[in-house]
Write a protein that binds this ligand. Structure first.
Ligand code: PCO
Length: 193
């Protein structure tokens, strides 16, 4: 894959998708946990970047954005990033998964780099998602519909949100699962591979 650091061939390749929930502020913690055992790349949506830019410490060479998708493309035969990343990844974990990105995925939309990867995903490999959103959004019946659809499509695990004080001050279910739980879920699925 172009423009990326060399991978350790003895390690699994882990793709971390980050979407536009305020819980994206926890992406660094998840990334650091994954780095200990896996080769890691991050795909951040445009909305996620609003939260990520307040956090430094990511190696820019492993963070992919929508703008990277067709930047270098000139002719047939050139690399297509969403396909390259999909081929590279053994596991895709999306944490946090916002209500908006969930709706896009459940409806098969491919409107940014991450949703293109999901649309091209080979469900023989694990796709794990950790939704995070306001309690009222979580409790809205459309959320369950979309998650059920994701599971029907082949998503291996929905790492459920937890009860907490949310960014808006509401207290309820909707906060992203703790990074330790997300990392444990990844480990579990890797152990089945
Ligand atoms: C925004 N949504 C949320 C849901 C995600 N929130 C969380 C936690 C953080 C603090 O511990 C922000 C990580 O609350 O995952 O707040 C509108 S209510």
């Amino acid at each position: 894959m172009p423009c990326t650091p060399p991978d350790d061939p003895t390690r699994r390749n882990m793709l971390l998708g980050v979407t536009g929930s305020v819980a994206a502020i926890k992406a660094k913690e998840i990334y650091e946990g994954l780095c200990i055992r896996y080769n890691v790349r991050i795909v951040a949506t445009g909305s996620a970047l609003k939260f990520l830019r307040t956090i430094d410490g990511f190696d820019p060479a492993i963070v992919f954005r929508d703008d990277d998708e067709w930047d270098e493309w000139k002719r047939v035969g050139d690399a297509v990033l969403h396909i390259d990343l999909r081929r590279w990844a053994d596991v895709l974990v999306i944490a946090p998964l916002s209500a908006n990105s969930l709706a896009k995925i459940a409806n098969g939309l491919c409107v940014n780099l991450l949703t293109c990867i999901v649309r091209a995903w080979d469900y023989r490999n694990p796709l794990l998602v950790a939704p995070a959103m306001n309690t009222m959004m979580w409790e809205n019946p459309v959320t369950k519909k979309h998650l059920d659809t994701c599971e029907e499509l082949g998503c291996r695990e929905v790492i459920g949100p937890i009860h907490k004080t949310l960014a808006c001050g509401d207290v309820g279910v909707g906060a992203m699962a703790e990074p330790t739980e997300i990392l444990a879920c990844v480990e579990r699925h890797i152990s089945f591979m």
